[in-house]
Design a protein around this ligand. Structure first.
Ligand SMILES: [Fe+2]
Ligand SMILES: [Fe+2]
Length: 244
């Protein structure tokens, strides 16, 4: 890159970016991705592979919110807990979270790649896989204890504890995947390859769920939220803090 173009890039960086001379070439190079003359410009995929994985985490996180909202109710009055809604949440976690997102995407496509990168990433792949397996045991348990209309008082406290542990694990799990694992995985591929992988992911999704896997999962969690009175987002805005 010639000096003029480099300075132009530097000047065009918007405010808030600390401009250190050493950091400029990298940014410049990213902006200057090879555009081979005569070749068609690389098309931006509609939903990138990592965006796909992260919005799936969005559905997973909403299931976790249903679980954590249920915990105090289990402790106060287990018979008032909507066992069917809890069961539907566990079923969604099983089909969309465990059988699809984890087993078909992360364990088949993401973890084998980062495992080869060694070091911390290899360790992450191992721990994350262990957590998927523990998650499945817990989902089995949630499905078992929500099998009748009401949750028995004998199951109330053990279930509350199990849900708390599950939520804490998956909050950490998905946050590390979003910020460490997916970005490290993505670096192994060109934009064109990522585009192809995103098509592959979509094909897997279609095979498992039909045309609208994500949209259907989002609708399901949305319906569960409505049935529990958790659908209005504004209810989660906290009051103003006290004056210091
Ligand atoms: Fe995972
Ligand atoms: Fe994940």
């Amino acid at each position: 890159m010639d000096q003029n173009r480099r300075s132009l890039l530097r000047d065009s960086l918007v405010m808030g970016v600390a401009v250190g001379a050493a950091s400029i070439p990298l940014i410049g190079e990213t902006l200057q991705k090879p555009s081979n003359a005569g070749e068609k410009e690389e098309k931006e995929p509609e939903v990138t592979a990592t965006e796909d994985l992260m919005r799936e985490h969005g559905v997973i996180r909403r299931a976790l919110l249903v679980y954590i909202e249920t915990v105090p109710k289990l402790r106060q009055n287990a018979s008032s807990v909507d066992a069917a809604a809890l069961r539907q949440t566990a079923q969604l976690f099983r089909t969309f979270g465990e059988d699809y997102h984890e087993r078909m995407l992360e364990e088949q496509h993401i973890f084998p790649v980062i495992q080869k990168q060694g070091g911390d990433l290899k360790h992450y792949a191992e721990v994350l896989t262990d957590q998927h397996n523990r998650g499945r045991e817990i989902t089995d348990y949630v499905l078992a204890v929500t099998n009748s209309a009401k949750i028995s008082t004998a199951h109330a406290e053990p279930l509350a504890k199990v849900l708390e542990g599950f939520v804490l694990m998956y909050q950490n799990h998905a946050a590390r995947e979003d910020t460490i694992v997916f970005p490290a995985w993505k670096k192994n591929f060109s934009n064109k390859q990522l585009d192809e992988i995103s098509d592959q992911f979509e094909e897997i999704e279609h095979k498992m769920f039909g045309k609208d896997g994500f949209e259907d999962a989002e609708k399901k969690i949305s319906n569960i939220e409505s049935s529990l009175g958790l659908n209005d987002l504004a209810q989660f805005t906290p009051p103003r803090p006290p004056k210091p």
